[in-house]
Design a protein. Structure first.
Length: 620
């Protein structure tokens, strides 16, 4: 018996081997050597894992582990390396012996089967890819005596509709039941006209794919007649156009949602597409516009020229952006004309060239431009008024160095300052701020300027001057217009400063050491607010050599830094004290430079007006 087993081992056509429980070859038969090319001495005492393809080693270990866990027999497949370096697919059957000390295994070469499976998979994959690439199919309908008798569908119907030719053969009504319910009447009329031997144009409709999805198809029929002219067969071509329809719908939604009017015009100048904005802008319905030449929307005096320009553009199209042509006008259905801007682009299609025109109504823009021009004219007028009102030169007053400056934040400022000669050789000094900017405040400031000159030349009492100014301005101005004003009466002989303030920011008098000597605070309402308001004078200040009075508008102290921190009164006092040894005009320049640096060089939010009165030392 043992001899018979040895003979079977030696002469078997199957590959046989014996391995140790820990995975080493102990014996292989000649078939193993012949098929894999390894001699016995090359494999004996080597781990069989050395010959397994790297991708199959883990799977093989898992299978052999089953023998250790008690499986009586296992079967698996893997790739084994031949002596020439190639790999062959082997199908293994293995069983344990002597309690797992040894493993008997039989291997069959199944490389041919694996190659066939690979070829089959590749063929199936190519078939699936080819089927997926099919976007159309044909069918034929045979007729006898004008009645359809048989129908044949090409295999492409499976990709387009999900149904096989056999499905159509077994269900004579499938051709219509697969059509979307909303489109069935259209398809029935199309088929009926074909049977009536009428000429048919292609139609586009929806179908219900077998997978439940809705698809769009283009359906074209070609009729065939016999020698007597009778219809005997017609062939149909059904093409899947779902992707095109999806793109068209996206384009339609994009066009409809555009903020401007959009017109699409063909090569002959006829309108083929419009959006709802075009309907609204020109006053025509979509149905009224489609098929009309675009000259319908061009003023009559420009129609001939426009047709020539359109032909030239069609001959040599190019992208034309907005703003490249001026003076364009559109014509509404009601006959009214309006300014427009138009952008053009073109596209070549199967139907020929299409030109896309984006039309923008410039009516509001033109109106805004006109308002800007009017405002600019007003601002120029206000600026001229303001320049005329400001003092041309600082006053010459014995014992005093006086200077003033106005720094407008906008084109025309609402601030003002002035020097007014008064009775008995005194000087009136005005710093004022009118609410608002532009021509209105400029006219109010001109009126205030004239009244103050008249009052200062007639009266010497500061209370009386502001009281009368308030009565006059209250009767001349609107309730929302008012003026804050600090009026100072400077007596150079008595070296005294008397003031009254109509809601104006506090001014300061510093002594020769740079300390605050006096504060000129507000004493009443702004001018023009309360007709019966009184404007009491503040405490008079006796001036000494080296004293400096600084008067200003709120634009100075309210100027802000990048983080919103205001410049404030303390910084004003510090700058004046630091530059107290300089001239009045130099102190003003130092204040303005400091506040602009503090603001980070950004544009000022409000006008800044500064007047400095410096009492000179005797003998200067």
């Amino acid at each position: 018996m043992e001899a018979e087993l040895v003979d079977f081992f030696q002469f078997s056509l199957e590959m046989l081997c014996i391995a140790s429980g820990d995975g080493y070859f102990k014996r292989v038969n000649p078939a193993f050597e012949r098929i894999l090319g390894h001699s016995a001495h090359e494999v004996l005492s080597r781990p069989f894992a050395d010959f397994i393809h790297p991708e199959d080693q883990e799977k093989t270990k898992q299978e052999l582990r089953k023998l250790v866990e008690g499986e009586p027999t296992i079967q698996f497949e893997n790739r084994y390396r031949c002596r020439d370096g190639t790999y062959r697919w082997l199908s293994w059957t293995a069983m344990p012996q002597d309690g797992g000390e040894r493993i008997y295994a039989v291997a069959t070469d199944v490389s041919w089967r694996k190659q066939a499976e690979t070829v089959l998979r590749e063929s199936e994959q190519r078939y699936r890819q080819l089927l997926e690439a099919v976007t159309s199919y044909t069918y034929s309908v045979e007729l006898r005596e004008g009645v359809p008798r048989s129908t044949a569908h090409s295999i492409g119907c499976l990709a387009v509709t999900g149904y096989t030719p056999e499905n159509y053969a077994s269900d004579p009504y499938l051709w219509i039941t697969m059509v979307h319910p909303d489109d069935r009447e259209l398809v029935r009329r199309h088929a009926a006209s074909t049977l009536a031997e009428s000429q048919n144009s292609p139609i586009e409709h929806r179908i219900l794919h077998r997978d439940g999805s809705v698809r769009w198809v283009r359906h074209k029929i070609v009729a065939h007649h016999d020698a007597q002219g009778r219809l005997v067969r017609y062939d149909g071509l059904i093409e899947d156009i779902t992707e095109r329809k999806v793109s068209e719908e996206r384009f339609r939604l994009l066009v409809e949602s555009a903020p401007d009017a959009i017109l699409v015009v063909d090569g002959s100048g006829r309108i083929v597409l419009v959006n709802v904005q075009a309907e609204t802008l020109f006053g025509y319905s979509r149905e009224e516009l489609l098929g009309q030449t675009v000259e319908l929307l061009v003023p009559h005096d420009q129609g001939g020229q426009h047709a020539g320009n359109r032909a030239a553009y069609t001959a040599r199209p190019y992208p034309r952006m907005m703003g490249t042509h001026s003076g364009l006008r559109g014509l509404r259905k009601d006959g009214s004309e309006f300014p427009v801007d138009i952008a053009l682009s073109s596209m070549e299609t199967e139907q020929g060239m299409l030109v896309y025109a984006t039309v923008r109504d410039l009516t509001e823009l033109k109106r805004a431009e006109e308002m800007v021009r009017e405002n600019l004219a007003h601002l120029l007028a206000a600026q001229k008024i303001q320049e005329h009102l400001l003092p041309k030169l600082p006053p010459v007053l014995p014992g005093c160095d006086i200077a003033g400056a106005l720094y407008p934040a906008e084109f025309a400022a609402g601030d003002h300052f002035d020097f007014l000669p008064m009775p008995d050789g005194c000087l009136g000094i005005v710093v004022a701020d009118v609410a608002g900017h532009g021509i209105g405040p400029a006219i109010l400031m001109a009126s205030t300027h004239a009244h103050m000159h008249s009052l200062a030349a007639t009266y010497s009492d500061v209370e009386e001057i502001l009281h009368r100014a308030n009565l006059i301005l209250g009767g001349e101005t609107d309730p929302e217009r008012f003026v804050t004003m600090l009026f100072v009466r400077l007596d150079p002989r008595a070296q005294t400063l008397t003031y009254a303030s109509a809601g104006h920011p506090t001014a300061y008098v510093l002594n020769g050491l740079g300390d605050v000597k006096a504060m000129l605070s507000s004493t009443s309402f702004p001018l023009g607010v309360e007709l019966d308001a009184r404007f009491p004078a503040g405490n008079p200040t006796t001036l000494q050599p080296g004293d400096i009075a600084v008067l200003f508008t709120d634009g100075l102290i309210e100027a802000s830094s990048a983080n919103g921190k205001p410049f404030g009164r303390d910084r004003v006092i510090q700058v004046v004290a630091r530059h107290r040894g300089e001239t009045a005009i130099a102190i003003i320049a130092a204040l303005y430079e400091t506040v602009t640096d503090f603001s980070g060089g950004k544009k000022l939010d409000d006008d800044i007006t500064i007047v400095v009165i410096k009492v000179e030392a005797r003998g200067d």
